[in-house]
Write a protein that binds this ligand. Structure first.
Ligand SMILES: [Mg+2]
Length: 349
């Protein structure tokens, strides 16, 4: 009866609202109708009262669901505050409307732009990649007792094979992924290389005018993703985050189909041809393209990487002419700030 009590007293605190949302489908579809059928068969003064309360409950729940669809902001949010910077700074607090998902099931097939984070929302040349490589290299050397050369070779091998060095460590060496995260990602001196980015913020705000939601999809653990977004001052622009859950075994990361299936499910996307996706990883972009994602933007920052890409044997099948005018092919951008013009170009084509 606690649910009815909550409705009856009008205590629509956020905690209760989330409970109601989760319970509402069952209450409406199963419990309520079953109870109503039972009670209506043998109404007396006592059960009449229960039926009336249940009817009110049903009406309140319907109204509540309608309100939630209109005002998704009523949902309790997963809010992250970064102890490294002032919460007063613009975009410093990461306020994800739908947290780590799922989105309310009423919000299906919305127009969503999915963003990778690392080396995508900041430049590879910020050297975070280098800081991370050093930490990962140290980890390979120390935990697997390898020489520098062996550690480098294995690290590169796992990255190319799995898309994530950690995936190789867990699969082949039974490394504790959360311990790895604490010793690699969480110890990166991000604040020394990342800062508020007004240009990126303005670009994303412009792009968001044509999308319902922005959703982050990272191969990092959630701590790192939230920290990066906070330091970039983008915490109020994204509606949700799907991260690589290092506590799970096996680890599911991009470009595995299970990772993509997971975030499509969490965001109620049944028709991937409607969504947009940007990532700096070639294998991730190709996987997204193979899954039929509507628009796939590949951020290729380094000239050497670009030259190698355009000479690859399957370039035309994935990238077409490579000029970003064919919406059925992967669209290359050379700077994340080009994303807006790349979107406009392909939509006009
Ligand atoms: Mg990336």
């Amino acid at each position: 009866m606690s649910l009815i009590w909550i409705l009856d007293t009008g205590l629509y605190e956020q905690k209760e609202i989330r409970a109601l949302v989760e319970l509402s489908a069952n209450v409406r579809d199963n419990v309520y109708h079953r109870l109503q059928r039972t009670f209506l068969g043998e109404v007396n003064s006592k059960t009449q009262n229960v039926v009336e309360v249940l009817v009110r409950c049903h009406i309140e729940l319907s109204n509540l669901n309608n309100r939630l669809v209109r005002e998704a902001s009523l949902l309790p949010r997963d809010i992250y505050t970064n102890p490294e910077i002032s919460n007063e700074a613009r975009g410093a607090v990461v306020d994800l409307k739908f947290g780590f998902g799922p989105m309310p099931r009423d919000l299906a097939n919305k127009k969503i732009f999915f963003f990778d984070i690392d080396n995508c929302l900041y430049k590879r040349s910020t050297k975070i990649h280098d800081l991370m490589q050093v930490k990962i290299h140290e980890y390979f050397k120390t935990h697997l007792a390898l020489t520098d050369e062996e550690a480098h070779q294995l690290h590169m091998n796992y990255y190319k094979t799995y898309g994530l060095a950690l995936e190789g460590l867990v699969r082949n060496h039974h490394v504790d992924a959360l311990e790895y995260n604490a010793k690699v990602d969480d110890l990166l001196a991000l604040q020394s290389v990342l800062s508020y980015n007004q240009d990126l913020r303005s670009t994303l705000l412009e792009i968001k005018k044509n999308f319902d939601y922005f959703w982050l999809v990272t191969n990092a653990y959630k701590n790192h993703g939230l920290r990066v977004i906070s330091l970039l001052g983008l915490g109020d622009l994204f509606d949700g985050l799907t991260y690589c859950d290092y506590s799970k075994n096996p680890i599911i990361c991009k470009p595995m189909k299970a990772y993509f299936d997971n975030f499509l499910s969490l965001t109620n996307i049944h028709e991937p041809s409607t969504l947009s996706f940007v990532d700096d990883s070639e294998i991730n972009c190709k996987a997204a393209h193979d899954l039929g994602f509507g628009r796939v933007y590949h951020y290729v920052e380094l000239e050497s990487e670009y030259q190698k890409l355009i000479l690859s044997s399957d370039f035309a099948s994935y990238y077409g002419a490579g000029d970003g005018t064919d919406p059925t092919k992967i669209i290359i951008i050379r700077d994340i700030l080009e994303l807006r013009s790349a979107i406009e170009r392909v939509e006009k084509a």
